[in-house]
Design a protein around this ligand. Structure first.
Ligand code: AMP
Ligand code: MG
Length: 522
């Protein structure tokens, strides 16, 4: 075991790439720069909310001096002599090119070699940077709890994601108009220390192409390949294509994971897509409760629902197309890029159906039956079935008896029994197909059940659960943050003492702010 604070500094991004020539911290366009140096704001009274022991265990780290660590993860002290910096990127927001965005409230405080792995530690909410535009660079407790809990939960669900090491309050207040309705309020300031091998986004490449800065584009692509995709070979046109193909594949796999667990990101702008294929930037995300492909938690997107659950895989493709445009100056051929994008469509559809079959306990299906899955999705939607409960119950009891299956539907539907009965004929039809497919599975019931349970989580961070933890923490009680953190370390396990979290959304949460609707204000 090694102390985190004793890890060796090993800067590569800030050493090998181009720093902004301006060193002062004011809002500006940072031309020809991959990043700008920026210092964190010293917080008035930093306090622990939570520390991810699971992160520390995964990297064989021990806390060491907790007071010292608190100073570092709250921005009160530098990590040794590391020159902290904010990254430059651009992005397409809601389908439109938005120009330079960059880390407006994130500062990389260390790049460390942690037991052989290079990790970047980033504070989210520790003050303004040259990319803050008109905003303040800070973050509030409610959105920080949401990011902290969800990124760790996603990791334990097996979904690629940035990690979170810690969550602290700063002791300073931050003013936010949560609903954008002209009622700003002072809220508690907080900081999450996020960790990833890299925080490079699609928008990191787009900014250079949009500015015609080909040299900086090439530097970034070569850097990314060297440090994160080295198995693809030395930089060259064929390697750039392989790199693009790999990013497309990882993004496709990520989309299949999101659809598997019912995660809706909410703001899939190109600045919020990681080049590593990780889930990044937890804002107004949400978890699907009743299966509704049109659902988005993001109130800012209610009109067009661009980022709704069912559209996520298409939006990923749209974003990948923007990435292809950004890489084009280094490849200068359209066809191979287009071919790769075409393959995404085919591979995603295949992968999605395979994944859905597995959720249903159909493991030996040679031919994926597209209509069968479509019908299931329609039925789930019309019957307002809770996605997590339905698949989990099916895992315990993948039955060939319609009566038992009907009980599962009753247990997981948000409709009244009378309303649900109107859907019975549709379910009967679907169930007939299902039971004939299940019969072909040459696998023992118990073995199938445990395989199904390994991909159908029992516990996810339902929207209202995060809100309960927030309400308590805002009153100074962090015990629910701890309870949910612990619960979500083992989302696939039976946890009898935690059974109360395996339940449909309570009625009171239906239209409560934070439970089903969220704004971008954070
Ligand atoms: P998001 O959609 O939250 O990922 O943010 C989009 C852009 O706005 C990024 O450049 C962020 O750094 C920036 N941003 C969001 N919130 C703040 C804030 N409170 N202060 C400064 N910049 C922010
Ligand atoms: Mg972002």
């Amino acid at each position: 075991m090694k102390k985190l604070t004793a890890s060796e500094i090993s800067p590569s991004f800030s050493k090998e790439l181009q720093a902004d020539s301006e060193a002062k911290n004011f809002t500006r366009q940072a031309n020809h720069a991959h990043y700008s140096f920026a210092n964190t704001v010293i917080p008035t009274n930093p306090q622990w909310v939570h520390l991810s022991t699971s992160f520390l265990e995964d990297y064989k780290l021990e806390v060491g001096d907790k007071e010292k660590l608190l100073k570092i993860v709250s921005g009160a002290e530098k990590f040794n002599d590391f020159d902290s910096y904010a990254m430059c990127y651009g992005g397409h927001q809601f389908g439109h090119w938005a120009g330079q965005l960059g880390d407006g409230r994130a500062i990389n405080i260390a790049e460390l070699n942690v037991n052989g792995k290079n990790l970047t530690f980033q504070l989210k909410g520790s003050g303004p940077t040259p990319y803050s535009r008109r905003a303040d660079g800070f973050a509030v407790l409610r959105s920080s709890i949401r990011e902290y809990l969800c990124s760790e939960a996603m990791h334990h669900l097996g979904v690629p994601t940035t990690r979170a090491l810690s969550l602290v309050t700063t002791g300073d207040s931050v003013t936010r108009d949560m609903l954008y309705d002209g009622n700003p309020k002072d809220e508690l300031g907080a900081i999450v220390c996020r960790v990833s091998e890299s925080f490079i986004r699609f928008g990191s490449f787009e900014i250079f192409t949009s500015r015609g800065e080909k040299k900086e584009l090439k530097q970034l692509v070569d850097y990314t390949i060297k440090h994160h995709f080295s198995e693809l070979g030395e930089p060259s046109k064929p390697t750039y294509l392989k790199f693009f193909k790999e990013v497309v594949n990882r993004t496709k796999d990520l989309m299949i994971h999101w659809q598997r667990v019912g995660f809706v990101h909410g703001v899939m702008n190109t600045d919020n897509l990681s080049i590593l294929g990780q889930t990044i930037d937890y804002g107004p995300y949400g978890w699907l409760e009743n299966y509704d492909r049109n659902w988005t938690p993001n109130t800012t997107d209610l009109q067009h629902k661009r980022y709704r659950f069912g559209k996520q895989p298409n939006i990923a493709l749209w974003n990948l197309t923007q990435l292809a445009n950004a890489l084009y100056p280094l490849i200068e051929e359209v066809e191979p890029l287009q071919e790769i994008l075409q393959e995404y469509k085919r591979d995603y559809t295949l992968g999605f159906h395979k994944m859905m079959c597995k959720k249903l306990g159909l493991f030996v299906q040679e031919e994926v039956v597209v209509e069968f899955i479509d019908q299931l999705e329609d039925n789930l939607e019309h019957s307002q079935i809770d996605m997590t409960i339905f698949f989990r119950e099916l895992s315990s009891d993948a039955t060939l008896d319609f009566k038992l299956f009907w009980n599962i539907l009753k247990r997981s539907s948000y409709l009244s029994v009378d309303e649900l009965k109107k859907q019975q004929a549709h379910w009967k039809m679907w169930f007939e197909n299902y039971s004939s497919l299940i019969e072909k599975e040459n696998i023992e019931k118990a073995a199938r059940s445990s395989k199904m349970k390994a991909i159908n989580p029992k516990y996810v961070l339902r929207n209202y659960m995060a809100q309960l933890a927030i309400d308590a923490a805002e009153q100074g009680d962090n015990s629910l943050v701890e309870e949910l953190y612990t619960l979500l370390l083992q989302p696939y396990a039976e946890q009898p003492a935690m059974e109360k979290w395996y339940a449909k959304r309570p009625d009171w949460a239906m239209n409560k702010v934070g439970c089903s609707m969220l704004s971008c204000s954070s």
